[in-house]
Design a protein around this ligand. Structure first.
Ligand code: NDP
Length: 600
């Protein structure tokens, strides 16, 4: 980057001040407690709009080789990679009515993946599928999830519309007892948890939210029975309707242009504007993406991972908004690798950041005709403070007569919801329909939240063990006291904006662990000494980004403005280095995790 401080109009000092002021307009003393869950009394959760209702089946009390909790890409890839290792009985348990996870639930109008489909969709080499668009619509992604599940024969043993309620290690049989909300209590020699990170929809705890008499739902449970249409639009049910939408994150940015086409009027209730960069979606051919040889997709996603992890790459195959801004994502990706730690780095980084954000603010001015609206849509924070978004349709929607932007920053969000509308700045906006694009709770689902209790050896609860000593793992996957339990996710592991790639590497590793345990007739369980060694690797070069997030505008990246906990949670040398480390470790004896079966 060859920018200088002089290229930033008001200089960095005034920019910092502006960022601080904008943060203060939004930060709230109740932090993450401002939200409430979507279950309970007023039906926003709508169970599962995509199935007729749970079909009756007998409760299961049998035994399988591997139980996988979660049927999103993490679970499907685990199943597929287990099959490649010759594992026979793999049972995936999934809350939804089919495979797909995030892409099963999120079918809102405009839903697309904002990571390139040729690297986001896993197992393209294995399935022979070449996506048709640079950025796939949600339906194509969901169909691909099904394609993988069919290819690896994961349907016969899968349990859908079923939630696991507890996991209990049974020392007598050397298996886990998997209990579910459908009365199952089956045994599994190994359990893999792939429960996702952003899966439980959340609602703002706005006073009066439960009193709204119009129609209302969360974007991850889109009610097409009410709106009509499909994820491509055509929502004839909204003709003549006044529609409010709360939330302008990655979801809101995709939904709003399509709502604008069909509703009589759309009120967009915004608290913090997203940064919205160029999308450039287009049809692609196999030739465009070099899909002419075995391994093309693997090469492409490795190339992307190198660039967004800060590693050198001789070319940029994906060449999109993520790769061009990769260095600016450093604070967002805890495992970004940086060679230059010198004192000049932060200053140069801040200038590059300001230049990028300036470019994005200029984009708003060019695209939005009303200057007041344009001003309100400008993002005033550093690039990695919020998830960047991409759209070529979003800003144009605000030039329509039937779209109004209602900025709520001065009141720290919407003041009140009444029976017939939304109150901001003392004014009531009357609505027929109110849609919540308010995102998902972080850390409330799955084994790390306690919502899914895990009782290991001697009845020790995983969550209690973590509360007492902090998280202890080997490579993020296995823990002492919890034999044959493999956890997927970001803890003590690697991360990337292309998370399906991370999940695939994790699935390969999980399957290799199971294959090694079977080959050695062993139990998977690291010693405490192995955990200690791994924790010291994580702590040694852990980046200190807390100061950065403490200065950011509030959001789920910084616990709603409180900054990030500084405990090392990810491998500090980048995802590429982490995957190399795992690969080399697997080529060794894997002895740190293999205990004799008598050690039960
Ligand atoms: P987010 O959590 O990113 O956004 C929630 C929105 O609701 C924010 O704009 C927030 O404002 C707003 N909000 C919350 N409470 C209030 C309130 N009381 N008054 C007014 N506004 C309020 O959720 P999303 O569903 O948009 O995205 C979640 C994540 O899902 C993304 O970060 C991304 O990781 C993923 N995603 C990925 C996509 C992809 O293409 N790969 C597409 C869509 C989502 P504020 O910012 O002020 O808190």
């Amino acid at each position: 980057m060859t920018t200088t401080q002089a290229s930033i109009p008001d200089g960095l000092a005034s920019l910092r001040q502006r960022y601080q002021q904008e943060r203060e307009r939004r930060v709230r003393p109740d932090g993450a407690r401002q939200y409430r869950d979507t279950e309970a009394e007023f039906g926003y959760y709508a169970a599962d709009p995509y199935v007729e209702g749970p079909t009756g089946r007998e409760a299961l009390h049998d035994t399988v080789d591997v139980a996988v909790i979660g049927g999103g890409f993490g679970g499907i890839l685990t199943g597929a990679r287990m099959r490649q290792q010759g594992v026979e009985r793999v049972r995936i348990v999934e809350k939804g009515g089919d495979f797909g996870g995030t892409w099963y639930w999120n079918r809102y109008p405009g839903v697309h993946c904002d990571v390139e489909s040729h690297i986001y969709l896993p197992m393209l080499d294995e399935t022979g599928y070449v996506p048709e668009w640079k950025y796939s619509p949600g339906d194509e992604i969901r169909r691909h999830a099904v394609r993988i599940a069919e290819k690896y024969d994961l349907y016969p043993d899968a349990l859908f519309s079923t939630a696991v309620t507890s996991l209990t290690w049974d020392a007598e049989s050397g298996t886990w007892i998997v209990a579910t909300d459908r009365g199952d209590a089956f045994h599994a020699t190994y359990v893999v948890t792939a429960t996702g990170t952003l899966s439980d929809p959340k609602l703002p705890g706005i006073p009066g939210i439960e009193t709204f008499q119009g129609h209302t739902f969360h974007t991850s449970r889109w009610d097409y029975a009410y709106t009509g249409g499909t994820p491509d639009g055509g929502m004839t049910g909204l003709t003549g309707k006044r529609v409010g939408i709360v939330g302008t994150g990655a979801t809101g940015v995709q939904v709003i242009p399509l709502l604008a086409e069909d509703a009589q009027h759309v009120y967009v209730f915004q608290r913090t504007p997203s940064s919205v960069d160029v999308r450039g979606n287009r049809r692609t051919t196999a030739e465009d993406v070099g899909a002419d040889h075995e391994g093309w997709s693997r090469e492409r996603r490795e190339n992307f991972l190198r660039i967004v992890s800060g590693e050198s790459a001789d070319r940029d195959l994906v060449a999109d908004g993520w790769t061009s801004s990769a260095a600016l994502l450093e604070k967002l990706l805890p495992s970004f690798r940086r060679e230059d730690n010198g004192p000049d780095f932060e200053a140069a980084y801040e200038v590059a950041d300001a230049t990028k954000m300036d470019e994005l603010r200029a984009r708003v001015e060019q695209a939005v005709t009303d200057p007041d609206t344009a001003e309100k849509l400008k993002p005033w924070y550093r690039y990695a403070c919020k998830r960047p978004t991409f759209s070529d349709k979003y800003y144009a929607a605000f030039n329509r007569d039937n779209v109004s932007l209602v900025d709520t920053a001065d009141t720290h969000g919407i003041e009140r919801i009444t029976g017939n509308g939304v109150v901001v700045g003392g004014e009531t906006y009357e609505l027929d329909c109110l849609i919540f694009a308010t995102g998902f709770s972080v850390g409330v689902s799955g084994v790390h939240s306690g919502k899914l209790p895990v009782h290991g050896r001697d009845g020790v609860q995983l969550l209690h063990a973590m509360a007492q000593e902090g998280p202890r793992t080997l490579h993020g996957f296995t823990s002492n006291g919890f034999p044959n339990l493999i956890r997927m996710g970001s803890l003590h592991n690697a991360s990337s904006v292309n998370f399906s790639h991370i999940l695939d590497e994790q699935a390969v590793h999980a399957a290799a662990l199971v294959a090694a345990a079977e080959a050695e007739d062993a139990v998977l369980e690291p010693s405490r000494a192995s955990e200690d060694a791994w924790i010291s690797v994580l702590a040694k070069d852990a980046p200190d980004h807390e100061w950065f997030h403490a200065e950011c505008t509030p959001g789920y990246y910084n616990r709603e403005g409180l900054g990030r906990p500084n405990a090392p949670s990810a491998y500090p040398h980048g995802a590429v280095a982490f995957h190399d480390l795992l690969r080399q470790w697997r080529e060794g004896s894997m002895a740190e995790v293999l205990q004799p079966r008598t050690a039960r």
